[in-house]
Design a protein around this ligand. Sequence first.
Ligand SMILES: Nc1ncnc2c1ncn2[C@@H]1O[C@H](COP(=O)(O)OP(=O)(O)OP(=O)(O)O)[C@@H](O)[C@H]1O
Ligand SMILES: [Mg+2]
Length: 181
Amino acid sequence: MIAGKIGAGGIRTVYKARHLLLNRDVVLKLLNSDSAVAFVRFQREAKLLSKLNHPNIAKIFDFGISSNNTAYLALEYIEGKTISQKLQQDGPFELEFAVSVITQLVDTLSHAHSIGIIHRDLKPSNVIIREATNEAVLLDFGIAKLANIGRVYRESRRTVGLVELPISWKVPCKFGRSIRA
Ligand SMILES: Nc1ncnc2c1ncn2[C@@H]1O[C@H](COP(=O)(O)OP(=O)(O)OP(=O)(O)O)[C@@H](O)[C@H]1O
Ligand SMILES: [Mg+2]
């Protein structure tokens, strides 16, 4: 049973839903595109998510195509607000909390990198702070890719590095300058 829309990009819509048999909340991501490229990307997101097993990454429950030909992805629902929502509502984070979020994300990315997965879209709207525990949960592996780790490490010594961030992402905190992540 669909409870409501919680996000919408160009070709994907994200809903909160209730699995009636299991009696639990889930997230349903639907692909609203007939493009084969979009479908392959969506399938890649599902495959990469199913390789990941980390407390700070929302777990995948299912991936498939519905009877009306819509590709869907079912994920663990995380109760909480994204970093961008929290910043907008409550302002900059306390330093200690900002450090804890960064530390958790570094650990999470490090787990992904250890199996060759590069997220490539780390930004405030792709991280939810779990309400009950204040854990940072990384979302949205929509443009993630599987890397040839050996090649990436060689390249990282010259130029890029394993963490690819949108240029503008900084973590605001209350003590003067932002921390560049
Ligand atoms: N597992 C989840 N639990 C709770 N909320 C979620 C979950 N996954 C996504 N959301 C909510 O839906 C929004 C969009 O999700 P996501 O970033 O995965 O989709 P997207 O199609 O890539 O969207 P965008 O293009 O805006 O990044 C998130 O910012 C978050 O608010
Ligand atoms: Mg997103």
